[in-house]
Design a protein around this ligand. Structure first.
Ligand code: G3P
Length: 230
């Protein structure tokens, strides 16, 4: 499963990109509204940093205008994927954008039935929301598994992108459910780092290492030697 970051913040992308774990990014109107500065510049910069598919969402509800907005956002950077909200207008716009050679991430998908339509319309990615289903008491893992099965059975080649991930557990569930991608907010990516046994383990290594100062001397010498030989 590939990891995308779900944000409109260049700063967040710069930090997490240094971990070497990001294959792409997704934005949406709410995330861009929260971000600082020029939206176009932020999307371009994010696409440059992640070096992979970066979704920029259309906002019109009219299919003709959706297509125009989609073509326009694609001019920002070669990595841009047009994000289109699910619905009849979105399906029409997706089909037309695909005809024109523009990849689409169909978003706000919550059921396998919707996902089948999105795949048939030609979506490259299908953003299947987890958190918002949990918010209304629907088993998001069950829905995701159904979507994965329905889409992967389909010959369209669409990829299931687990979205609205609100916890590390959502990311794990997305992976075990067979999602192709999970898009994850900065906060959750940071939470995924944490485990008390990692912290205590690191502290234990440092404590034991310090009991034998000659070890540090040995390793420092090895580093200096390897630098000399480089
Ligand atoms: O960007 C799409 C999706 O990830 C939004 O998540 O937390 O607003 O439901 P959320």
């Amino acid at each position: 499963m590939k990891l995308f970051i779900d944000t409109g913040s260049v700063t967040e992308v710069e930090e997490v990109a240094r971990w070497g774990v990001l294959a792409g990014a997704t934005t949406n109107p709410s995330l861009l509204a929260k971000a600082e500065g020029d939206a176009g510049e932020a999307i371009k910069r994010i696409a440059e940093i992640v070096g992979g598919p970066t979704s920029a969402e259309v906002v019109s509800e009219d299919p003709d205008r959706m297509v125009e907005e989609g073509i326009a956002v694609r001019t920002l950077h070669e990595n841009i994927i047009v994000k289109v909200p699910f619905g009849p207008a979105g399906l029409e716009a997706t089909a037309r954008l695909r005809e024109l050679g523009h990849p689409v991430n169909m978003t706000l998908v919550f059921s396998a039935a919707q996902a089948i339509l999105a795949a048939e319309a030609g979506a490259t990615y299908i953003s299947s929301f987890l958190g918002r289903l949990d918010d209304i008491g629907v088993d998001s893992e069950y829905e995701l598994r159904e979507i994965v099965e329905a889409v992967h059975e389909n010959s369209s080649g669409a990829q299931v992108l687990a979205a609205s991930t609100r916890s590390p557990l959502h990311v794990v569930k997305a992976a075990t459910a067979g999602a192709d991608v999970a898009t994850v907010p900065y906060k959750v990516l940071k939470q995924m780092l944490n485990h008390p046994l990692t912290d205590s383990g690191n502290a234990g290594f440092a404590k034991d290492w310090a009991t034998k100062p000659e070890l540090a001397e040995w390793l420092n010498g090895l580093v200096e030697q390897s630098k000399k030989n480089a």
